[in-house]
Design a binder for this molecule. Structure first.
Ligand SMILES: Cc1ncc(C[n+]2csc(CCOP(=O)(O)OP(=O)(O)O)c2C)c(N)n1
Ligand SMILES: [Mg+2]
Length: 342
């Protein structure tokens, strides 16, 4: 499969955009933590103060995907808005790559009425039907939902596909086995994507899975499996291109494991003391974003000017979304029961 330079440039632009989103959000969250610490002795103290004088802007936790941008960017370069993509608790890069608009996305993270779910869900409910993206805090829950979307695409003859993205920890949930088995049996147009960042919170992969390469599991379901290090973004693009083409052609699901690096904590505020000394430095040195930018620069696919403009545009888009979120109202309690079915 040949990958043209427009696609490579587009993938890099998506990676830069996703990084800008995470950097911007991380910086805002850090400010809020520092403020809560000064005013209340910590974030928990801020939640215990029920006065409206200081409402901590982000009510819940945030879990950043910094360092993991390549997989979602490469995957989504082959998807359209009609294709379904399901993410995890660490899904901002996937949401950005899938085309979720930043204003309502950030407003949801800020719990505002203008958010994707009216501010009811927060960071783990970035549901955007316009581009068929959603995520969930329940590990691997949406894997089965992805099968439903794939089945609907097949029945409707749309040629559409469904991608279920999960983490290495989530890959051991029972629903993943059931979903892979049924998808392969019914040759559904599904992509199973495992973002293997080596950790499930503080548990290293070797303590949760007996196999080092999770893609070997694909053969047990009779589907192709591939494991790609995200330092090779072109290889990732190619691997996803093959898997999506296979699904669209009606040849069934694939499993792609993206070996990646979690450059922030499991959650913001995680001091990562469980990591061996020096590991985070090594992971940071392996950051695929600057490496891919340098690669495309050397190949003449992008220029320094293009990089500067792309970074500036992404930072400006975050600032715009932030102003929108901060100036949006909190949901009205009178509407709290709307949209509830049980
Ligand atoms: C069903 C379920 N069990 C437990 C949890 C608590 N939990 C949240 S994140 C997490 C670890 C996730 O690890 P991984 O799948 O590797 O994703 P990563 O955080 O590394 O992106 C756990 C156990 C949960 N959210 N859902
Ligand atoms: Mg993980």
């Amino acid at each position: 499969m040949t990958i043209d330079d427009d696609r490579r440039r587009g993938v890099l632009a998506t990676m830069i955009a996703a990084r800008a989103f995470e950097d911007g959000l991380g910086a805002e969250f850090a400010k809020q933590r520092a403020h809560a610490k000064g005013a209340f002795g910590g974030r928990n103290g801020a939640f215990e103060d029920h006065s409206l004088e200081f409402r901590i802007p982000i009510q819940g936790n945030i879990e950043l995907s910094t360092g993991q941008e390549a997989g979602p960017a490469a995957l989504c370069s082959w998807l359209t808005a009609d294709d379904y993509a399901a993410g995890t608790h660490r899904s901002h890069s996937l949401a950005v790559a899938k085309g979720v608009a930043w204003r309502p996305m950030l407003a949801e993270i800020y719990g505002r009425a203008t958010g994707l779910c009216g501010g009811r869900g927060g960071d783990f409910m970035l549901n955007d039907p316009a581009v068929n993206f959603e995520n969930s805090a329940i590990m691997a829950q949406l894997t089965a939902v992805a099968l439903g979307h794939a089945f609907a695409h097949r029945r409707g003859g749309t040629g559409g596909v469904a991608a279920a993205v999960i983490g290495d920890g989530a890959s051991n949930q029972g629903v993943v086995h059931e979903s892979m088995n049924l998808a392969a049996l019914w040759r559904l147009p599904v992509l199973f994507v495992i973002e293997d960042n080596g950790y499930a919170i503080s548990t290293p992969r070797r303590r949760s899975s007996p196999v080092g390469d999770l893609s070997v599991r694909a053969s047990a379901y009779g589907m192709p499996g591939a494991s790609v290090d995200d330092s090779d973004v072109d290889a990732l693009i190619e691997t996803f291109g093959t898997a999506v083409a296979r699904a669209r052609a009606g040849d069934g699901p694939s499993l792609v494991v993206v070996r990646t690096h979690r450059l922030r904590g499991a959650f913001e505020g995680d001091n990562q003391s469980y990591r061996p000394a020096g590991e985070l430095d090594d992971e940071t040195a392996a950051d695929g974003l600057p490496a891919y930018a340098a690669r495309l620069l050397a190949a003449g696919v992008v220029t320094e000017e293009w990089l500067d403009e792309t970074r500036a545009a992404a930072a400006a888009a975050f600032d715009d979304a932030l102003r929108f979120a901060e100036s949006s109202p909190f949901p009205d309690a009178a509407h709290a029961l709307e949209g509830l079915f049980a």
